[in-house]
Design a protein around this ligand. Structure first.
Ligand code: AMP
Ligand code: ZN
Ligand code: FE
Ligand code: FE
Length: 305
């Protein structure tokens, strides 16, 4: 069986492997197709595509956009997620990397990060964790090749280096994670806007790691998925490193029921996480089905133009 991995990060955002290096790792893992899905940037796509081409690996250009989990249209009337908990990330797969509207949204999301990072550092300072924005920028710059995506993993790296946390995970568990004392919310797109932007850039909109929605129960999950589908969502991740086999089964059933495509990936971040590339054993047929749906959708939109 051939496998694929349709969710991973490079040094263009908060992974630790260069975009081109991912192709080598994918080849070593025996993968037939990969998608690069950096947060808020398409900067790594060209290099990764070229490296995949050279190795005969099918490449899917992607992006991961954080949307507002607490958008009013997702508020289920029954038991639901606590404020500040739950994340709603949307992957764009098969996007055009140079779409001007998508690039503008990415620019705004990076601006929201620039606004948030000093506030996290100020909170850490009040908690006795002394690090500077310059140190975090330097840590990110070593890796992001000047692409300027600074995320919490970069802050966590500096905390580990300066002895404030044992590991990156430890920094998240005690300080940086959602609901922890140095957590700061960042401005996020309403989900419908993220989905529309992905569609305008020619891509499929796929809900990443539905486990992170932290839905209260099956009813709440069905409600949120239905609202997202109404907004144009094409599919959802069934396989992901944070899903247990039972989660994968229940998400696969929900996807089938709602007519959503299934996707899957490891969410590999190199040394910033303990996840292994290709570890989700996503069958290549998942990639092929997504590609078929994308081609059908592109044909429809071309016919419309
Ligand atoms: P940010 O984009 O700055 O909000 O950071 C989000 C990223 O932080 C995620 O994509 C993960 O890479 C990482 N992250 C989030 N929660 C954790 C956690 N509990 N442990 C390790 N990494 C995490
Ligand atoms: Zn990340
Ligand atoms: Fe995510
Ligand atoms: Fe991710």
């Amino acid at each position: 069986m051939t496998y694929c991995d349709l969710h991973m990060h490079s040094t263009a955002s908060d992974g630790t492997d260069a975009p081109a290096a991912l192709a080598g790792l994918a080849a070593d893992a025996g993968l037939g197709a990969i998608a690069l899905t950096d947060h808020d940037t398409t900067a790594g796509l060209e290099a990764c595509a070229a490296a995949c081409r050279a190795r005969g690996i099918a490449f899917c250009p992607g992006i991961e956009i954080s949307a507002d989990r607490h958008a009013p249209q997702l508020a289920h009337p029954g038991p639901s997620v606590e404020p500040g908990r739950g994340a709603l990330h949307i992957l764009g797969l098969f996007i055009r990397a140079d779409d001007p509207d998508l690039l503008e949204i990415a620019r705004q999301l990076v601006a929201a990060r620039d606004e948030r990072n000093p506030r996290i550092i100020a909170k850490l300072h009040d908690l006795g964790v002394r690090l500077t924005l310059e140190e975090v920028q330097a840590a990110a710059a070593e890796q992001t090749q000047g692409h300027r995506i600074i995320g919490r993993p970069h802050i966590a790296q500096v905390m580990v280096r300066k002895g404030y946390a044992k590991t990156i995970q430890d920094a998240f568990s005690r300080y940086l994670g959602s609901g922890k004392p140095a957590y700061v919310r960042k401005d996020r797109l309403p989900p419908a806007e993220a989905i529309t932007a992905i569609h305008k850039a020619g891509g499929l909109a796929i809900l990443a790691h539905p486990i992170q929605l932290r839905c209260a129960d099956a009813d709440d999950l069905a409600y949120v998925l239905t609202r997202l589908k109404d907004a144009g969502l094409d599919g959802m991740e069934v396989l992901h490193c944070e899903h247990t086999p039972a989660d994968a089964q229940r998400f696969a059933a929900a996807a089938r029921q709602l007519g959503l495509l299934a996707s899957g990936g490891s969410d590999y971040h190199g040394a910033n996480k303990t996840v292994i590339l290709g570890s989700q054993h996503v069958p290549i047929s998942i990639f092929e089905d997504l590609q078929r749906a994308w081609r059908a959708q592109s044909n429809i939109s071309q016919a419309r133009d």
